[in-house]
Ligand binder design. Structure first.
Ligand SMILES: NC(=O)c1ccc[n+]([C@@H]2O[C@H](COP(=O)([O-])OP(=O)(O)OC[C@H]3O[C@@H](n4cnc5c(N)ncnc54)[C@H](O)[C@@H]3O)[C@@H](O)[C@H]2O)c1
Ligand SMILES: [Zn+2]
Length: 309
């Protein structure tokens, strides 16, 4: 940790001590230190070779048209069950800071956070598209007959599955009144490209941001909309210039630039009454509007902050 970083850690600790309504908004970068690859880092999923681009595979159209290909990718890349929460997840859970996440790995809940708003759903849930029956993760692990006992989650390792298992399409085995089983397609309860967010989750997330006095944004490239618009909502509310711009669904991040107006009101200790903090390995457009920007690993940052509180 450099001297400059130490100053920033002090600053973040001070913001956290003074905030009455801190809110955390995170992305895939929050889980890379738990061993789950993100999408856009150099070693992320978007920089690996597949038969189709990941954005295509993870779309609703692809899921409906090529379910067997979808499940192969999903089981080998998205279902990672041996990951454990890292210090970022634990810090947020221990301090009871509400979490809005784009992640679908369930690690915030695993760490003990009670207020978790999963904008893009969770790999731990699945449902039948025909009758709505819900299934846990064990139902889609790649064996031929769902559902299986959940103890198989413990050492689930997609690399041990045969290609046939990876491609197998999970079907609903709920009983139907006329006899037999439903047989509907089971879909992960995650928001695929082309699909809308759950309005109830989105409304709750918006409300949290509206009421926040400290918004910590971490481990997200802010390229996925509407999730990323939560940040511009916060900055626009307080007249921050150079805020995250762009439209919905893949709209480019823009609006940054030379004009970097900051929140104007401070308390007697010099802490902003409304503050945006960005923690990300790489620069992101919201850096322009933030009171504090830390270009480091989010788990390491929270480990240091914890020691300063
Ligand atoms: N763990 C997961 O659940 C998971 C994993 C991959 C993708 N996704 C999904 O894909 C979409 C990707 O968008 P996104 O913006 O969340 O991710 P992204 O891959 O677009 O961006 C991740 C950002 O985090 C930064 N980063 C990586 N590791 C970091 C670390 N340890 N500390 C600080 N910064 C770090 C990277 O520099 C990058 O800017 C999301 O919608 C999410 O649902 C989820
Ligand atoms: Zn069904």
């Amino acid at each position: 940790m450099t001297e400059l970083d130490a100053t920033k850690i002090d600053q973040l600790a001070s913001y956290l001590k003074n905030a009455k309504n801190p809110v955390f908004f995170g992305g895939a970068g929050v889980s890379t230190e738990s061993g789950i690859p993100d999408f856009r880092s150099t070693d992320g999923i978007y920089n690996q070779e597949y038969d189709y681009p990941p954005e295509t595979i993870l779309s609703h159209t692809f899921f409906m048209n090529k379910p067997s290909e979808f499940w192969r990718f999903y089981r080998s890349k998205m279902l990672i069950f041996n990951a454990k929460p890292n210090p970022a997840h634990s810090f947020l859970a221990n301090r009871g800071i509400p979490v809005i996440t784009q992640n679908i790995d369930g690690l915030h809940t695993f760490a003990g956070s009670e207020k978790v708003y999963e904008l893009h759903g969770s790999v731990l849930r699945n449902y039948c598209m025909k009758c709505g029956t819900f299934y846990g993760a064990e139902a889609v692990l790649g064996f031929d007959e769902p559902p299986r006992d959940s103890s198989c989650l413990i050492d689930y390792d997609a690399t041990k599955l045969t290609d046939k298992q990876l491609r197998s399409i999970p079907l609903c085995n709920a009983s139907v009144a006329s006899g037999g089983t439903c047989g509907g397609l089971i879909k992960p309860d995650v928001v695929l490209y082309e699909e809308p967010l759950d309005p109830a989750v989105w409304d709750a997330a918006e409300q949290l941001v509206i009421n926040a006095d400290l918004l910590i944004v971490a481990g997200t490239s802010m390229k996925v909309y509407p999730a990323a618009s939560l940040v511009s909502m916060f900055t626009n509310m307080y007249g921050l210039k150079g805020s995250v711009g762009g439209g919905f669904f893949g709209g480019k991040i823009g609006g940054g630039g030379a004009e970097t107006g900051k929140v104007g009101s401070f308390d007697s200790d010099g802490n902003p009454l409304k503050a945006l903090v960005v923690i990300n390995r790489d620069p992101v457009s919201a850096d322009n509007s933030a009171q504090l920007v830390i270009h480091s690993n989010v788990g390491e940052v929270f480990t240091s902050v914890q020691n300063n509180l």
